[in-house]
Design a protein around this ligand. Structure first.
Ligand code: SAM
Length: 207
């Protein structure tokens, strides 16, 4: 087994995997920051893969969102290379270029998600000024909680080592700390001995 706690994005995917596996069919999953497509591909394998040892939900839906057209193109290319062009073509995987602050505009109002993930910050290898922000991320997290089904999970990987990321972390922690404990359970994964603002994971489940 990979040493999961050394790889924050893999740890986040590992933590949400049981929520996807146990989701009532049809499972609906959202990647709210698809970027280069690595998380979306991992989720596609969990949902539709034939040989992943995880789960094959049929029918299921995966929605991938990013504000940058090149991220959508890169995610689509990665999915197709990995053999998921059929799911992209028939709409089981949909790719939306837009802001996750408008999350609920991108699917029917009665759809409820089993898992929603955010991997914050900027697109690696691209324009670092196009980054997630405190305002839009908190708005999107609120929308995500509204869209979660009971026992669904919201996972947010936070990078506080850049200026916008530090503000975003502060805003998200304030938002999460104020959530009604009768309605939500919040967990927070940090790496206290790592230097230079290591990534952290905020997890919120709807009771
Ligand atoms: C760290 S990257 C995501 C990495 C990606 N999950 C992967 O596996 O490659 C963060 C992404 O958030 C996107 N982003 C920034 N603001 C956004 C917004 N308001 N709505 C949706 N995506 C946004 C950026 O374009 C960038 O691609």
């Amino acid at each position: 087994m990979d040493n999961l706690i050394t790889k924050t994005t893999e740890l986040a995917l590992h933590l949400i995997q049981p929520y996807i596996k146990n989701a009532p069919a049809p499972a609906f999953i959202i990647d709210a920051t698809c970027g280069n497509g690595h998380d979306t591909l991992a989720l596609a394998k969990m949902l539709f893969g034939s040989n992943t040892g995880v789960v094959q939900h049929t029918p299921a839906r995966l929605l991938a969102i990013d504000i940058q057209p090149e991220a959508i193109a890169q995610t689509e290319a990665l999915l197709c290379e990995a053999g998921f062009s059929g799911e992209v073509a028939d709409g089981r995987i949909s790719l939306i270029c837009g802001s996750h602050a408008d999350l609920t505009d991108f699917f029917p109002s009665d759809a409820e998600a089993a898992a929603i993930i955010f991997n914050l910050g900027y697109l690696p290898g691209s324009d670092k000024t196009i980054t997630t922000t405190a305002e839009t991320t908190v708005k999107a997290a609120e929308a995500a909680l509204g869209a979660l089904q009971e026992n669904g999970i919201l996972s947010i990987t936070i990078y506080s080592g850049h200026e916008a990321g530090a503000r975003e972390k502060e805003a998200l922690m304030a938002f999460a700390s104020e959530l009604d404990p009768h309605l939500y359970h919040v967990a927070y994964v940090s790496m206290p001995n790592q230097r230079n603002h290591p990534p952290e994971i905020l997890l919120i489940t709807k009771k």
